[in-house]
Structure formats: C-alpha cells, structure tokens
Design a binder for this molecule. Sequence first.
Ligand SMILES: Nc1ncnc2c1ncn2[C@@H]1O[C@H](COP(=O)(O)OS(=O)(=O)O)[C@@H](OP(=O)(O)O)[C@H]1O
Length: 305
Amino acid sequence: MSDGYMWFEGVPFPVVGYTLEHLKAMHNFVFKDEDVLILSFPKSGTNWLIEILCLIHSKGDPTWIQSVPIWERSPWVETMNGYEALKGREGPGHVSSHLPIQLFPKSLFQSKTKVIYLIRNPRDTLASGYFFWSISNFVKKPESLEQYFVGSPKEMEALVTGGRACSARALLTEVAFGSWLEHVCGWMSMRGKENFLIVSYEELKQDTRNMIQKICQFLGRTLEPEEMHLVLKNSSFQVMKENKMSNYSLLPNWLLDEKNGSLMRRGTTGDWKNHFTVAQAEVFDKIFQEKMAGLPRELFPWEGC
Ligand SMILES: Nc1ncnc2c1ncn2[C@@H]1O[C@H](COP(=O)(O)OS(=O)(=O)O)[C@@H](OP(=O)(O)O)[C@H]1O
C-alpha cells in the first residue's frame, strides 16, 4: 500500500473501498443470464453509460436516477459494498466493473449475461484520470501530468529518444486497475460474441441517439420517441452534473474534494489536446501504434481524427 495502491494479482487497486479478502471471494460471484454488465477502463464515461442504461430500463422516467445513488443502481462487483449488494440481490440487474479480464469472475464466461464494453480515447482517459485522482483520496495523487503519464522526466526523455517504450507508464500502466492497453486487449478477446457489445465514448458523444438505439437493440428493448427524448435529456452532461445521485457529490469531502473538481469535469472529446505537450503526444502516438497494431482500426474511432 506504500505506493498509494492496494495490489492484487499484479494489478493496482484504489486503497478505499477494496480489500484483498473480498477481491478473492468475488472470483466466485455468479452472474445471471439476465444481468447487464457495464465494463470499462476507469474514466471512460462509465457513469454516463450506467445512467443511460438505467433510463432505458425506466423508459426515460427519471424517478429512479433521482432517488437512488448510481453505485446502488449498478453496483461495482469489485468494490466491497458493491459485491455485498450484488451477492444479496435476488433478481437480475445492472452490474459495473473496471476489472481487467484476467481477474473477472469466471461465471461470466459461461453465462449469457449481456456485456457492454465502453472504450474511450486513452489520451482523454489519461487526462480525465489525472484530474480526478488529483482531487480524490482513493489512490496516491499524481504529482504532475508527466509523472502520471510516464513516471518521471527521465523516463520521458528515454521515450522521446526512442528507447524504452515498453517500460513506460504511458498508456496507463501503473494507475488504478493497471494498464489501459492490457485492459482493452484482454476484453477485446470477447469481440464477436453475440452477448458482447463495444461502445465508444466518441460515438456516444457524436450521435447519442443512434448509439442508444444500438444499445436498445442489443438489449432487446424498444423506446417510443418520447421515451427516447427523456433518456437523452436525463442522461445529458448538464442534467447528470446537477443530479446528486449521479455526480458523486454524495461522497464525503475527505474522499473527493469537490471544491477543486468533479467527476463531471468536461464531458468532451479531445480535451487531452489542452494538456499534453507535443513531446507527450508524440510518445503516446508511438506507443499506441506499436501496441495496438494487432487490433482493427475501427475499434478506435478517435484515431486519425
Ligand atoms: N453525461 C455525460 N456526458 C459526457 N461525458 C460524461 C457524462 N457523464 C460523465 N462523463 C464523463 O466521463 C468521465 C468519467 O468517466 P467514468 O464515469 O468512467 O469515471 S469512473 O472511472 O467510473 O470514476 C468524465 O470525463 P472528463 O470530463 O473528460 O473528465 C466525465 O465528465
């Protein structure tokens, strides 16, 4: 724990809300075929997707999202409280997770649980994470964007001159839940299965209605035009930002310093450009191209834009 993380099976976890005991026990969690699982690397827009799914479930009626905290509507299977809530739940429901595939409860792979994997430009994920972890006490606060990005100025220099791409923290190696690259590559092995849908933050942002329709189709749900209107309205950035059941303002101040930021920070694509130096952007490109060469470009709609 001395480095600000709780390590489990080689993966760093936040130090609040997680214990080794329940992470071990969670391995035997049994998924129901009718569950809907929302999976993502942290800071990919997960809470937005959860809100959308809750609203699809209620056909746009905001009563549920305005009266129950988001982490109770779709508990995180890896957190202590989330796991306890899910264990005691009788019927099926929404489940959320940031876990990499190798730590996931094995029952998922024998079930027909519908899985939605949310992916986001890792540059925006990195910027979002940097600002979020800076105002939270879940993990060690990053010293600077560069330190969060690559570990140290020395490491950065080595990367710029073409050296140690693989050892870099770039692309989020030693941050909560481990490496973005490994997370994405791991879960992409489920690609093509009929119970596995990939949604990108960028497409969700660009054409929210169309993506909600795609999600409904995947879930076997339909929305009347007025219901769709309500889902769109109630899951919008502004409405979510003001909903205390969804914006994390229910968390105590010692855990999340709301005076200096919020989970609902910008809600845009491409904000990384306001924070990366040219050298950082080049290093990121290089590593991204090298590591993701084996996966089809269409999985990364933000690339080349
Ligand atoms: N409704 C809506 N529309 C657009 N964007 C939204 C929305 N809700 C959350 N967000 C943005 O998602 C980012 C937080 O990601 P996560 O929810 O995955 O965070 S967490 O890892 O679960 O803590 C964080 O991104 P950044 O703004 O770039 O920091 C949030 O602003």
